[in-house]
Write a protein that binds this ligand. Structure first.
Ligand code: BT5
Length: 246
């Protein structure tokens, strides 16, 4: 059995390791990271492409807060990461692309995969973070980037892992102590989908493309959108794209 709070050489998915650690009693804030991750996953069974030198990290959260705040954990995590990276290099315009992506200039820098286990008092959430530090994969279905490419100086996972963990835990603590309003206030200025952004998305399980304009984030962390006929919609986990004007 591996121990928490260390960087191992290789694994399938750090989220699977963190889950095992949590099931064996690892506390809130315990983490595990790998230098190489061979079967990293994203949401809905999608793949997370690995490049050695990038960050593959999972943090265990055992929130003492009201379970109604759990849906805010991905956004609080994204906020912690974004604030940390902006402190690390103030020239980087890192933004949160609701609900779980990190972007620079509309290119994907990182992603977050939160997996909740159990529904009782011993339940926990594994927060998986993939962040492109040294390089990013090419040829995907969306543009990607890395800290090294954007900052024009090599950055690897070892330089940012500890400050990033601290910043994510601070954001989770704020969520627990002050509630979602405190997260929302900090999120608004860092969102890639600010008020008035035109977006499009396909509702899960359909092929029909819908359009709307972003208004805000609602009380459960959902995206509040106005459709072209003025109706109000609430998106919970859809993959949203920014609509490019021709
Ligand atoms: C995510 O999923 O963005 C969450 C990714 C979480 C990965 C971490 S790594 C540590 C931990 N252990 C795991 O097994 N997972 C977590 P999603 O929103 O579904 O985005 C997946 C999509 O992002 C793919 O379909 C590609 O389009 C794109 N993608 C894949 N690898 C990428 C990369 N390295 N950089 C940028 N985009 C990538």
């Amino acid at each position: 059995m591996i121990l928490p709070n260390q960087v191992i050489d290789e694994c399938g998915s750090t989220n699977d390791l963190a889950r095992e650690l949590a099931e064996n009693g690892a506390p809130h804030g315990a983490w595990i990271s790998a230098r190489r991750q061979t079967s990293g996953r994203g949401r809905l069974g999608r793949k997370w492409e690995p490049i050695e030198g990038n960050l593959f990290l999972s943090i265990i959260a055992r929130p003492k807060t009201d379970p109604s705040l759990w849906s805010w954990i991905p956004l609080a995590t994204a906020l912690g990461i974004t604030e940390c990276l902006r402190d690390f290099n103030p020239a980087l315009d890192v933004r949160i692309k609701w609900p779980n992506d990190l972007w620079i200039d509309r290119k994907k820098l990182g992603g977050i995969l939160c997996e909740a286990v159990g529904a009782r008092s011993d339940s926990f959430i594994v927060i998986g973070i993939g962040l492109n530090c040294v390089d990013s994969p090419e040829g995907l279905d969306q543009p990607t980037t890395s800290l090294t490419r954007e900052g024009r100086a090599r950055v690897d996972a070892d330089e940012i892992r500890q400050p990033l963990i601290a910043s994510v835990l601070e954001a989770l603590e704020t969520l627990g102590r002050e509630g979602s309003a405190a997260i929302l206030a900090r999120y608004r200025g860092l969102s890639a989908l600010s008020q008035g952004t035109e977006i499009e998305w396909k509702p899960l399980g359909t092929d029909q493309e819908l359009r709307g304009i972003v208004e805000d984030v609602g009380t459960h962390g959902e995206l509040l959108v106005r459709d072209p006929s003025g109706g109000k919609l609430r998106l919970f986990a859809e993959d949203v794209k920014v609509r490019l004007r021709s």
